[in-house]
Write a protein that binds this ligand. Structure first.
Ligand code: HT7
Ligand code: ZN
Length: 880
């Protein structure tokens, strides 16, 4: 495969003003007619270079240039392009092609999901539908006519507003849709099926009525209300937080079962993985409800950050994705608990994005080269990209940031732009220079920030010294200093924040502030500091860096209790737990008996006994750092020792804290019994504490806990409690109860694919011995199919990414298993194959024996036959 470079970007030679599409949908073949009203791009000069249209897997039936039928000698055709010679600056191309959605297993372009037709065009799927300039800087007005059998496909949808529809004599019918907004082809969508819809409406801030519809298969009609409520909240929030109003008369969401990602923001017609839209108490957990709320909002927010203002090229992907993740995080924070949302996001970023940034596929937020763009829908582009936007907000303040975003939307409405344009709007609206800050877009890797402090009791000054260092990443040996916003406070002996005045400043300005660290080594001296303070650093995780400060365990316990920044209270607890766990890991590796530092017990006991704390915070603080995070922060990860140490700590904590855990559990379970399920932050918090308490309690193997778990499993009116109870049974030694729970569950939910995904995942994640054998057996279950990405993620993905003890078994059999699945998926669905590969790409993290085993599997994939560009890019870069 060819590498594409950002430095080679050139504006398109031709533009497409209008796109008129006609689809004749048939079971075995679909005919696509495209009329393109085109002209020479004046920005590219006056000559008439050849017109090179993108097209893949298309059977060309006919092509006309301005009413002249072209013969084979009038154009060049290969498996990626159709090239012809225009003879005037303005012209019309008419093409007809035949495509085969029924055999499209890659789920890109037009395909069938179950009984319905649907599309996925981002990033480069439109070229599998018709010959086109399939690039985001070519924006066109689309009209789409869809015709299909009326009985099987009574609903025919596309982007924009419905214009006309009618019936034919042969049992077919048709509908025409017109989208008044110019858009790139990646935002095109079409859906045809026997769909039912839930309908509502929204009155925008300028009093326009918008019809809202969520289309699903009839059996899912009762699972749409949460998504609809989320959508209305998101529409209102975007008006209030960003001044953004919806612009069409109708907004539609369609749920499909076969989908490579979470959802897609096609203009006016969002297509969703059913897992990201369907939710009701009996079948979806609290986490699933929160995911639905976040994804519905995310896709809706793209209407401005992505659709009205789009990307010039795919290197700019974070322009829309980083910004939109930042926007959806703000929404979720406002709808739920901001501190808990931040904790969840940071834990996820540090575990997974930091690992990506340290691995062979590391790339900057704006990559400068790719082979396959689908591989760059990454945690770096999405989550780190959102952190970069967040840092801009931290540096400019909320008001300055809003001025910048207003200017960005106003200046670039209807345009395809770059990350530089985004930053420029922020600079211009605030009169600041962000030139050095922009290194966050171009330099990969996670900076380390080492902080030292020196207190001068006589001068009453505290000097903080910052040293930043970013490790090399592929293609970037040396990094220049970043601008790192460090939000901080200084706490006195009672935990009160001291007034902050830097040397040279006239007066103190508040008790917490943001320092912009922008040199490799830099000191800041605070004056009038009456006693040796304890710094609370990087509050709210104000920058995506690895911070180190030599806190003692007692100081961390102090911060856990007294820091007024909720995020940093949690962070202190995590750092304490990491120190304690690393000590246990060392003991285990040396063959010494493991001894848990009782300070961790004391710290968690006081958290558990503090009735004033938000229950969700208590649950977060009780959660020990995960194995994946402990692997990420290890130089060489000893998976067995990590697993053994963490399990040992959990058991010790369960024993020492049995009483307070049992009390909390019983109180919360009782409250659950007494109230019907509601998807609100308060109830999420109550159930999350109840469930983490149960998972600790179960380690005691006491009969009363087993009974409680079985009662919760049987009697719960919601999936959050039921699944948590099933998980503790599955992870327990109670074989009979486990088998009974699993069988009952499968019997009850066998017809609900999303619930069965959870059943697969719980078993795939079970760390008890024999994990690989269980996964192999589950692949034979009638509810499993490798053709459905949700099933692959639920079983194979959960096993390889979450079940470290079994995935890293020392004979390498699990690596072999994963490689086999990747080879199979490569032929069916390259995007999913490449994503499933991720755990093998991290081979450098492990001991030499595991390294060799993992590498051997990557090499086996490389020579396994004809590889997709998706898989080839990941494997070859991992081995380089
Ligand atoms: N913008 C959407 C990206 C997406 C996608 C990318 C590659 C292949 C399949 C895909 N489905 C959706 C989703 C989003 O970030 O909003
Ligand atoms: Zn997105």
């Amino acid at each position: 495969p060819r590498t594409i470079y950002l430095k080679d970007y050139q504006a398109p030679d031709y533009l497409i003003d209008e796109t008129h599409l006609t689809f004749e949908l048939h079971e075995d073949r679909t005919l696509v007619h495209a009329q393109l009203v085109m002209r020479r791009n004046p920005a590219r000069g006056s000559g008439l270079p050849p017109l090179v249209l993108d097209g893949q897997q298309l059977e060309l039936l006919s092509i006309r240039l301005n009413d002249r039928e072209l013969g084979a000698h009038d154009y060049l055709l290969d498996d990626r392009h159709l090239t012809l010679q225009p003879d005037s600056a303005e012209f019309v191309i008419d093409s007809s092609v035949c495509i085969h959605p029924e055999s499209n297993t890659a789920l890109e372009g037009l395909y069938k999901s179950g009984k319905m037709f649907c599309t996925q065009c981002e990033a480069e799927g439109f070229r599998k539908i018709t010959y086109y300039l399939d690039r985001p800087d070519v924006m066109s007005k689309f009209t789409t006519t869809v015709s299909a059998d009326r009985q099987r496909y009574p609903v025919l949808l596309s982007n924009g507003n419905p214009i006309t529809s009618g019936s034919e004599d042969n049992g077919r019918h048709w509908a025409t849709w017109e989208d008044p907004f110019r858009k790139p082809a990646y935002l095109f969508a079409l859906v045809a099926g026997d769909l039912w819809c839930v309908e509502d409406q929204f009155t925008t801030m300028s009093q326009r009525e918008v019809a809202l519809r969520i289309y699903v298969e009839p059996e899912n009609l009762d699972k749409c209300q949460h998504a609809m409520d989320s959508l209305k909240r998101a529409m209102r929030w975007d008006e209030e937080a960003y001044g953004r109003e919806y612009d069409l008369d109708i907004f539609m969401i369609v749920a499909v079962n076969d989908f490579n990602m979470g959802a897609m923001e096609n203009k006016g017609l969002n297509i969703f993985n059913s897992s990201a839209v369907l939710a009701k108490a009996e079948t979806a957990t609290d986490a699933a409800h929160q995911r639905v709320e976040a994804i519905v909002a995310h896709e809706y927010f793209h209407n401005w950050s992505g659709n009205r203002v789009t990307c010039r090229d795919w290197f700019q992907l974070s322009l829309k994705e980083g910004f939109t993740v930042f926007r959806d995080a703000g929404f979720s924070a406002d709808m739920n608990s901001p501190t808990v949302k931040r904790i969840e996001d940071v834990a996820y970023l540090r575990t997974h994005q930091f690992a990506e940034d340290a691995g062979p596929m590391a790339h900057s937020v704006r990559p400068d080269a790719y082979m396959e763009i689908s591989n760059f829908y990454t945690l770096t582009v999405y989550e780190k990209g959102a952190e970069v936007v967040r840092m801009i907000q931290t540096l400019l303040g909320a008001e300055g940031f809003r001025k910048g975003s207003d200017l960005y939307f106003q200046r670039h409405d209807g345009q395809a732009v770059t990350c530089d344009d985004f930053v420029k709007a922020m600079e211009d609206a605030n009169g600041v220079d962000l030139a050095q800050f922009k290194r966050w877009y171009s330099q990969a890797g996670t900076p380390r920030l080492e902080v030292g402090s020196a207190y001068d009791a006589e001068a009453k000054t505290l000097t903080l010294t910052f040293r930043q260092l970013c490790p090399p990443s592929p293609g970037q040996a040396h990094k220049e200093p970043f601008v790192i916003p460090v939000d901080l406070a200084l706490l006195d002996g009672q935990g009160r924040e001291l007034p902050l005045r830097l040397a040279g400043e006239a007066a103190a300005s508040g008790t917490s502030r943001v320092l912009a660290v922008n040199e490799a080594e830099q000191s800041f001296t605070f004056v009038d500091i009456p006693e040796q303070p304890l710094p609370s650093l990087l509050r709210g995780f104000s920058a995506p860096v690895k911070l180190s400060f030599p806190y003692s365990r007692d100081q961390l316990m102090f911060l856990m209790q007294h820091d007024s920044d909720g995020f940093n209270r949690w962070e202190a607890g995590q750092q304490l737990a990491v120190q304690v766990l690393q000590e246990l890991i060392g003991q285990r590796q040396r063959g010494e008996p493991m001894v848990l530092d009782r300070r961790l017990v004391a710290a968690l006991k006081s958290v558990l006994e503090n009735d004033g704390l938000d229950q969700a915070m208590v649950a977060e603080m009780l959660s020990l750092p995960g194995e994946a995070y402990l692997i990420e922060i290890s130089e060489v990860a000893d998976v067995d020792a990590i697993h053994a140490a963490r399990e040992f700590a959990r058991r010790e904590l369960a024993e020492a804290l049995f009483e307070p855990l049992w009390q909390r559990y019983q109180a919360n379970r009782q409250a659950s019994r007494q109230s019907a399920y509601v998807a609100t932050a308060e109830h999420f918090a109550r159930r999350s504490l109840q469930n983490i308490a149960l998972s600790y309690l179960m380690l005691s193997e006491k009969p009363e806990v087993l009974e409680a778990a079985q009662e919760q499993y049987r009697e719960a009116d919601n999936m959050t409690e039921r699944l948590a109870a099933l998980a503790v049974l599955v992870n327990s030694p109670f074989e009979e109860a486990k088998a009974e729970g699993l069988a009952l569950f499968a019997d009850r939910f066998k017809d609900d694919p999303l619930v069965m995904d959870q059943w697969f995942s719980v078993q795939a994640g079970c760390p008890l011995p024999g994990g690989l054998e269980r996964v192999r057996a589950l692949m034979q279950h009638p509810a499993f199919t490798i053709k459905n990405p949700n099933k692959v993620r639920a079983l194979i993905g959960a096993f390889a990414n979450q079940n470290h003890a079994n995935f890293h078994r020392d004979d390498g059999e699990s690596y072999r298993f994963l490689a086999d699945q990747v080879i199979m998926l490569n032929a069916l669905n390259p995007q999913i194959a490449a994503r499933q590969l991720a755990p093998l790409t991290r081979w450098r993290k492990y001991d030499l024996s595991r390294q060799a085993l993992m590498k051997a599997e990557l090499e086996r994939i490389l020579v396994s036959g004809s590889l997709s560009s998706d898989v080839y890019e990941v494997v070859s870069k991992s081995l380089a």
